[in-house]
Design a binder for this molecule. Structure first.
Ligand code: ATP
Length: 237
């Protein structure tokens, strides 16, 4: 059963086509990786799914219904370069985000504590965000993105800019979170996807070249997907 389906999705910017009529669906309860090199159209697709950018053509349906502004209630989104109010503490930031998401003060306070524990920043909850490492910021960003308990979490390159420790912490967190929600995350590094994702969408120049379970793609190629699919563009990944 799929939580979200996309048909004929197309996005044209003023002078170029970034997404060229893609079709895919996201199976509920899975972690799906949207893999592609720089400029493939990953951010464009995620922003459309998050309801932040209007497609030129094509339909996005969520749980069988065409998406509208209400969709944001069910979707969490972490952009590639999130901007944090660095002067706030993590607790202040989560409280503020919770209230914006429609929680009462009490609910937001409880949720901030629960989420801090879930993403492993309990000890830093009252520290200023300016003192956070890159990995901690990313985990705080994920906490904020799921403050309203969404069914689908969209993450744009959540580990690409992190050092090995930060990357490991975020991937471990995603491994846990995927038991609670469907996750779509973009990356240009296959290894990141292989660690936590069950399904892959390989995007190249605005088109999906391959889609399916990690296992099925491996079987099809009898080797690592990257050996076949990315050979020509290896240096770009
Ligand atoms: P990256 O990993 O570099 O972020 P991406 O796969 O996320 O790449 P997009 O950011 O979606 O790709 O960009 C797809 C294409 O659309 C690129 O060629 C980019 O230059 C172009 N593009 C993105 N945003 C705009 C915009 N606002 N106006 C014009 N062109 C854009």
């Amino acid at each position: 059963m799929s939580i979200l389906s996309v048909t004929g999705l197309r996005k044209e910017y003023k002078n170029m086509t970034a997404v060229r009529g893609v079709d895919f669906s996201l199976p509920e309860g899975k972690c799906i990786a949207l893999i592609g090199p720089n400029g493939a159209g990953k951010t464009t697709i995620l922003r459309i799914l998050a309801g932040l950018l209007k497609q030129t053509d094509g339909a996005v349906t969520f749980s069988g219904k065409e998406t509208n502004a209400d969709i944001r209630k069910f979707i969490g989104y972490l952009p590639q370069y999130p901007v944090f109010p660095s002067w706030m503490t993590a607790r202040e930031f989560l409280l503020f985000s919770g209230e914006i998401a429609g929680l009462t003060k009490e609910e937001a306070a409880r949720r901030a504590e629960d989420l801090a524990e879930q993403v492993g920043i309990t000890n830093a909850l009252d520290k200023r965000i300016s003192d956070f490492s890159g990995g901690m910021k990313q985990r705080l960003g994920i906490a904020q993105a799921i403050i309203h308990s969404p069914q689908l979490l969209l993450l744009d390159e959540p580990v690409s800019s992190l050092d090995p420790i930060g990357r490991r912490d975020v991937l471990t967190l995603l491994e846990r979170l995927k038991k609670e929600m469907t996750i779509l995350f973009s990356t240009h590094i296959l290894n990141d996807a292989e660690e936590v994702c069950d399904e892959l969408l390989l995007l190249h120049d605005g088109e999906i070249n391959e889609a399916g379970s990690m296992e099925a793609l491996r079987e099809k190629y009898q080797t690592s997907v990257i050996e076949v699919e990315f050979q020509e563009n290896r240096q770009r990944y």
